[in-house]
Write a protein that binds this ligand. Structure first.
Ligand code: 1PR
Length: 551
């Protein structure tokens, strides 16, 4: 079996890349030390990078990898960079101006402008090879991008590329064009994550491993359906399947679903509603076309050592066959293990990343972090899980999960939190309202609003908001559209609509009437009322672009 060598400087989730390579029938070998003699035997190398440019390159160079990588490239053998692995080919990045890249391409990376669009770019974009297509990159397929910095193209930078015989594929996010992939001789690199891009991404990896450049042809109608219309900044409408996971009375790990967070059956047994097995359902939703899968550990697994937490095994197994991003939430905080050992949140998160998670979602602790942020006069002290995880793995890896309830008041003077006037008065005729954040799965309500929480967490380094709504959870009556607008007005980072989806029309409503960046569904999928594909077909009929390349 042919072996692929992966450079491992412990940045982010390499497990998914290994899984993708093995899924394609190759063997993966992790090179953790630059003096590993195996490196000399490598016939193909992959250089994956996640997170911060400086963190990644400084780490790579201080571990002595610069020389062997340059020598490998000079030998003419194939190398593929992924994400920050692509960025490493450039000179420097605005993200870490003190750090140097390999400078094979002499221009600098910069941050996306956030005036017109959410930053980071998180989602499925297309990319168009400028000259000859390479490694099967296909303008009618969608690839998963997650980054704030990019090789943004200008007439001048394009001249640099052309003059130096680089082939490149462009992507467009909002009004900015950037490099999605490059190729010259034995070097190939993608800004997107092929290992997280479903079948389309697996094909790109396979084409690199087999050094082939296939071209797919499409009918006119397929081209129309699949082409990018550059609405929604170029991204498809993202559909996320969410699995709330916990153990039932018998100790089995089940996917459950509550009504306003109550997950118990109304029967005498009062057991936790059991809607299926986590790994099986994740696989099913991937096959139905889910763009992401989120696992929420809705109660911590008490009396269980962290390393044996069942959620780790769920992730390990799911990541073997589910090649789209996986998020895990619940219990991402500083913990004291059963033997009394203190484990910082960063280490808890690292364990999840190493098991196959791409993002962690932080609920209760994000409320504590925001409260502290305001106590300190609008700054963090660097110790909250949002800050530590974001610093090590990048903002794109940190989601905050918000569990709010609507609170009506007579007017803005009645609360310190930001209010707005709702179109839907309550039974007392009040129209002014705000959204109170809760902690511990909705059991405790805090005097901090969604507006205040999301703004503070964004400033602390969160990259995305998973916006639940206790009033709507499990109701099948559609998302709280006013809540979505309220949060979108507060922050620039992407906001995921959650709670209340009961049919495909609700997804359409959220995407059309609000600026939601993604929509999440749970109960309607678990109960088998609709599939993810039903939702996508509906959105397509309504003229909203979705990713149709099904895993
Ligand atoms: O506080 O960091 O340990 O995280 C706990 C996580 O568990 C939080 O993300 C919190 O939202 C979640 N959680 C806690 N208790 C419950 C519960 O249901 N009793 N689930 C819970 C929250 C909300 C969504 C749900 C949508 C869509 N679940 O994930 O899937 O509301 O449902 P629908 O489409 O069927 O309406 P921490």
């Amino acid at each position: 079996m042919s072996v692929v060598h992966i450079i491992d400087v412990e940045s982010g989730n390499l497990q998914s890349l290994i899984n993708a390579i093995e899924h394609l029938g190759f063997k993966a070998y992790l090179v953790k030390k630059s003096d590993d003699p195996e490196l000399a035997n490598a016939s193909k190398i992959i250089l994956p990078g996640v997170g911060n440019f400086g963190h990644f390159l400084d780490n790579l160079f201080s571990r002595g990898f610069e020389k062997p990588i340059r020598e490998f490239i000079a030998s003419g053998k194939p190398i593929m960079g992924v994400c920050v692995g692509l960025q490493a080919l450039f000179n420097t990045s605005e993200e870490s101006p003190q750090s140097l890249g390999f400078n094979y391409i002499n221009f600098d990376l910069s941050k996306f402008g956030a005036n017109e669009k959410p930053v980071p770019e998180i989602g499925w974009n297309s990319c168009t090879p400028d000259s000859d297509s390479f490694f099967g990159l296909d303008p009618y397929k969608r690839y998963y991008f997650v980054h704030s910095y990019a090789a943004i193209l200008t007439p001048q930078s394009e001249k640099v590329l052309i003059a130096n015989n680089w082939k490149y594929a462009k992507a467009k996010y909002g009004t900015e064009e950037f490099i999605a992939a490059v190729n010259k001789d034995n070097i190939f690199a993608t800004q997107f994550h092929p290992e997280k891009s479903g079948l389309a991404g697996l094909h790109v990896i396979e084409n690199f491993l087999k050094q082939q450049h296939p071209v797919t042809t499409y009918s006119k109608q397929q081209m129309e359906t699949l082409s990018n219309d550059y609405s929604n900044f170029g991204l498809t409408r993202r559909i996320i399947a969410c699995l709330d996971v916990r153990t039932n009375n018998r100790g089995d790990l089940v996917v459950t679903k509550g009504d306003q967070y109550d997950v118990r059956e109304k029967s005498q047994e009062n057991d936790v509603r059991n809607l299926g097995k986590p790994v099986e359902l994740a696989q099913k939703y991937y096959e139905q076309g889910a763009d992401e899968v989120t696992f929420l550990n809705i109660t911590s697994f008490r009396d269980c050592p962290l390393k044996d937490t069942p959620m780790l095994e769920v992730l390990r197994l799911a990541a073997k066959t589910v090649f789209v991003p996986l998020t895990v939430g619940g219990g991402i905080k500083d913990i004291v293990d059963v033997d009394g050992t203190k484990i910082p949140a960063l280490e808890v998160a690292s364990l999840y990343f190493r098991s196959g998670a791409d993002k962690v979602s932080i609920g209760t602790d994000s409320v504590y972090a925001a409260e502290k942020y305001y106590e300190l006069g609008g700054r963090g002290d660097g110790t909250s899980p949002i800050e530590t995880i974001s610093k090590a793995y990048g903002a794109q890896a940190v989601v905050i999960s918000v569990d709010p309830k609507r609170v009506y008041v007579d007017g803005p003077q009645d609360t310190k939190n930001k209010t707005f006037q709702s179109k839907f008065p309550n039974e007392k005729g009040q129209t002014w309202c705000w959204y109170a954040c809760t902690i511990k799965g909705g059991r405790e309500t805090k005097d901090i609003g969604v507006w205040e929480l999301t703004k503070a967490c964004e400033a602390l380094g969160a990259g995305e908001v998973l916006l639940n709504c206790i009033d709507k959870d499990g109701s099948n009556t559609g998302y709280d559209l006013e809540l979505l607008d309220h949060a979108k007005d507060a922050v620039k980072i992407p906001v995921i609509a959650s709670s209340g989806a009961g049919n495909p029309g609700h997804f359409e409503e959220a995407f059309t009437n609000t600026r939601a960046d993604a929509c999440l569904g749970a109960g309607m999928f678990h109960r088998g009322e609709y599939t993810v594909n039903d939702v996508k077909e509906h959105l397509l009929k309504k003229g909203l672009k979705v990713r149709m390349d099904r895993g």
